[in-house]
Design a protein around this ligand. Sequence first.
Ligand SMILES: [Zn+2]
Length: 238
Amino acid sequence: MWWALAAAVELAVPAECAGCGEWGVALCGPCRRLLRARPTDVTDGVPLLDAPGGRVLTVWSSAAYSGAVRRMVIDWKTGRRGHLRAELVAAGRAAGRRLGAELGPDLLVMPAPSGPARRRQGLLVAAELARGVAAGIAGGRTGGSGTQGSASARMVDLLRRAGGPRRQRGASARTRAVNRSDPPVLVRPLRPGTRVLLVDDVVTTGATLAACATAVRRAGGVVVGAFAIAATAAPGTA
Ligand SMILES: [Zn+2]
């Protein structure tokens, strides 16, 4: 039974920092500061967003997706360390406060879509992050469930993968893989000219954000940019 007890103790009191492994703290100060760093424009390192004919959109990120940050993001996305959810919402809020000064008010903060499996598990990480970003832009206030932030910046979870749960059920692994690459769609149109900031957990090639931007534009919105907590380094820049 010792292992069950050890697991219970670990859940109650994380034994080591989720980022660097320092003993005795759930998250140490330096690792927390990595997540809350000032967002910078990383578009130049994202191949599909920095197109030769001009930027598809501008993406800001707080951290490089490596080392401690990578470990924290993976544990957050898998739900292994529950306390990271609040840390990532706080990191989003810190980013939102800084981005808000640049972007101005009156915008929707829209997370990249989570797949059906994540929705069932309640691991909507991009939506959690977006909720923090919206609250930060709105001045740190948080509203009720569903829409967070003041009227000037709200989180709205409208993007879905076009495949959807109905098509996923009973589908072969191959079909599911195809569905995952289906372009996202909005579940309802936007008021024409609605300003939208996209949010995702990690930006790599920019394929997801570019597809989300296309969906928002088709629905009548204007994409003001995107935020991801972490960005992978472009080949050749690492
Ligand atoms: Zn640490």
